[in-house]
Design a protein around this ligand. Structure first.
Ligand code: AMP
Ligand code: TRP
Length: 330
């Protein structure tokens, strides 16, 4: 897939703890590539993170962790607007307005809502139910062409298009209809211990490689990843566990699939896993080192965020103003 140019791009990640290589390959790697030749907005969606139980005492630290990790992965504040969602009040305001044109039934069908609601012990909040409307507001304020996310978010981007279309039809053209931008091979990195489940922080330490893991830990986790019975290295014909490891290897080394299949022919799983572990370690090492450096200096991170919020607010407020005008608000 060729990297687009000349487009407007927006994406967001929740500041909910450790980022893993699934987040990196499914989202952050694309963010970095896209910022070269596009106008890019990247936000930390803190208002989304508070829709599930969280610890307010350490929350601001988690937000700074997330910013430091974006920067460590190569998101560049001179090329991209990096900001915190709650610092730009237009997001919440537009979410309310868009909520008035979002059918209850459509929101009830959102898979992520159903999953998260099922996990909650107490009754589900309006905030969790309205989460996709806030995401639509995040996106539509910046009129992006593309929204780089993992495959699990396509349903939310579709909903965003529906809301935008409905607004444009009812009140007049304001919004651009965005498309999800999802590179195929890394759209869904699977768990290291169960290839039928998405790699996720909530499934336990052994199932993912965190961007903050040390080389020793990475090696241990990869060496104990599940494989198939027969060592077949084929992007088409291997079983799901090995296909997943191949996809990670491909993305970490930037080699093409034919080269990799040739490189691995005749090798066993142990040898492959050692190669994979080294590739992951080499990719993660500079990210972790940079992260530790950046995380020491809160002031610098806060300056980046202040600048980002200012630039984002200008764009967001212009769109919000137009929306209010079209809706007939005085
Ligand atoms: P989350 O951590 O679930 O908020 O996800 C942050 C971003 O990473 C979103 O764009 C997700 O689609 C993406 N993502 C999360 N897990 C994976 C995964 N296992 N494979 C690919 N992308 C993922
Ligand atoms: N819902 C997204 C997730 O769970 C996070 C998100 C919020 C987002 N607002 C966004 C992603 C806007 C892209 C664009 O990962």
């Amino acid at each position: 897939m060729e990297t687009p140019s000349g487009k407007t791009i927006l994406s967001g990640i929740q500041p909910s703890g450790t980022l893993h290589i699934g987040n990196y390959l499914g989202a952050l790697k694309q963010w970095v590539e896209l910022q070269k030749d596009n106008t890019t907005y990247y936000c930390i969606v803190d208002l989304h993170a508070v829709t599930v139980p969280y610890n307010p005492k350490v929350f601001s630290e988690r937000v700074l962790d997330a910013v430091a990790m974006y920067l460590a992965c190569g998101v560049d504040p001179d090329k991209s607007v990096i900001f915190i969602q709650s610092n730009v009040s237009a997001h919440s305001e537009l979410a309310w307005l868009l909520g008035t044109m979002t059918p209850f039934g459509e929101l009830s069908r959102m898979t992520q809502f159903k999953d998260k609601a099922a996990k909650q012990k107490t009754s589900t909040s309006l905030g969790l139910f309205a989460y996709p409307v806030l995401m639509a507001a995040d996106i539509l304020l910046y009129k992006p062409d593309l929204v780089p996310v993992g495959e699990d978010q396509t349903q939310h981007v579709e909903l965003t298009r529906n809301i935008a279309q409905r607004f444009n039809n009812t009140f007049g053209e304001v919004f651009t209809l965005p498309n999800a931008y999802i590179p195929k091979s890394t759209a869904r990195i699977m768990s290291l211990t169960d290839a039928s489940r998405k790699m996720s922080k909530s499934d336990g330490e052994k199932t993912y490689v965190a961007l903050s893991d040390s080389p020793d830990i990475i090696r241990k986790k990869i060496m104990s990843a599940v494989t198939e019975t027969e060592p077949v290295f084929s992007f088409e014909k291997s079983g799901p566990a090995v296909q997943n490891l191949l996809a990670i290897y491909e993305a970490m080394t930037n080699k093409d699939s034919a080269t990799i299949e040739q490189e691995l022919s005749g090798k066993g799983y142990k040898e492959f896993k050692e190669m994979l572990a080294e590739a992951v370690i080499e990719k993660v090492r500079p990210i972790r080192e940079q992260y530790e450096l950046l995380r020491k200096d809160d002031t610098e991170l806060r300056i980046v965020l202040g600048r980002g919020a200012q630039r984002a607010s200008q764009i967001a407020n212009t769109t919000l103003h137009l929306v209010k005008e079209k809706m007939g608000l005085l």
